[in-house]
Write a protein that binds this ligand. Structure first.
Ligand code: SF4
Ligand code: MG
Length: 327
């Protein structure tokens, strides 16, 4: 089948200073198919959020998409006018952010915001939109929706706010949902409830889901396919089971060995020594070479290409080059 989302050779750079360019997303290609859950995983600074924001056309100065294409069905989003893009957001792509307080407007009631969202994309009366808002809140498991629509975001708990965000994201039944760390700000017990809800909605409306996370536990539980990002590039990509059982890239191996328990600070990936290099200062050669336990001379000279190691399993690492070439 045709992909819902097809990203090709995407480059999103930030022009920090005259000679200082942060290559936050640097030649990234992938697609997401109908009904599929694809996880993008990596540490902070790996480029996963910038990838999501690029797809939504929410990159602000000094950042700019400098190359590539982003197709949703047959539309290349990079050629659309701002107004057309506004209609794509919501109608075709729903987005769920990490902290709903930043995505919800504090001065409007919940009901107001959902009905606005619905009416921006569908020509219906206020009354119909409000009925639909109540119905959506009920679907996402919010008790007493008739009363909740009169409340303001700060009157709800973090978990309830995230349910509201999910209701808004699915309100126009988009083909694709992009969720960027949707549960990071929530208590552990609420995290699982929200993720379960998200996947229930995905199945119910047969949406594709692009899930951005640093939590491999979440990847394992929910995704069909995984994209591992490092230094603004894809370093490994495979169906989830394959990636977790036949892990190839040293970075992915490091992420896995530091798989945190749910009650730990998940942002801390202790066993990979060193830190993610800044996007304006990547090492020459392999971008993981400053932290890789298997680093060789050639790693410091040339950045390996992303090669198909096995069917649907891609890896960017000099260790596998000969193996792939001899196949
Ligand atoms: Fe490590 Fe070299 Fe592979 Fe990079 S290319 S991940 S430095 S072995
Ligand atoms: Mg992020």
């Amino acid at each position: 089948s045709e992909p819902v989302l097809d990203v090709q050779k995407l480059k999103t750079y930030f022009y920090l200073d005259q000679d200082l360019v942060a290559k936050a997303v640097d030649d990234v290609s992938f697609s997401v198919f109908p009904g599929e859950t694809v996880a993008i995983v990596g540490e902070s600074g790996s480029g996963k959020s910038i990838t999501a924001l690029s797809i939504m056309q929410l990159i602000n100065k000094p950042g700019r998409i400098v190359d590539g294409s982003i197709h949703v069905k047959d539309r290349n989003l990079l050629t659309l006018k701002q107004k057309q893009m506004t209609s794509i957001r919501g109608n075709h792509i729903g987005m769920i952010f990490q902290e709903p307080m930043t995505a919800l407007n504090p001065v409007f009631t919940i009901g107001n915001q959902i009905t606005e969202m619905i009416r921006k994309h569908k020509k219906v009366s206020k009354q119909i939109a409000q009925q639909k808002a109540i119905e959506l809140l009920r679907i996402v498991g919010i008790p007493r929706p008739e009363e909740i629509i009169k409340e303001y975001p700060h009157q709800l708990s973090g978990g309830m706010r995230q349910r509201v965000m999910i209701a808004m994201a699915i309100s126009c039944e988009p083909e694709l949902i992009i969720a960027d760390e949707p549960t990071t700000a929530l208590d552990v017990t609420i995290q699982a409830q929200i993720l379960d809800l998200l996947f229930e909605m995905q199945k119910k409306y047969n949406m594709a889901l692009l899930l951005i996370t640093h939590d491999l536990g979440v990847v394992y539980e929910y995704s069909d396919r995984v994209i591992v990002m490092y230094g603004g590039q894809i370093v490994e990509q495979a169906p989830t089971k394959q990636l977790l059982s036949l892990t190839k890239h040293p970075y992915t191996q490091g992420l896995l060995s530091s798989l945190p328990k749910l009650d730990e600070d998940v942002e801390r990936l202790g066993t990979i020594k060193g830190t993610v290099p800044a996007a304006y200062n990547f090492p020459v050669g392999c971008r993981f070479s400053t932290r890789c336990p298997f680093v060789m001379d050639k790693c410091r000279q040339t950045n390996p290409e992303l090669l198909e190691y096995a069917k649907d399993h891609y890896v960017r690492c000099h260790l596998y080059k000969e193996e792939v070439n001899s196949k």
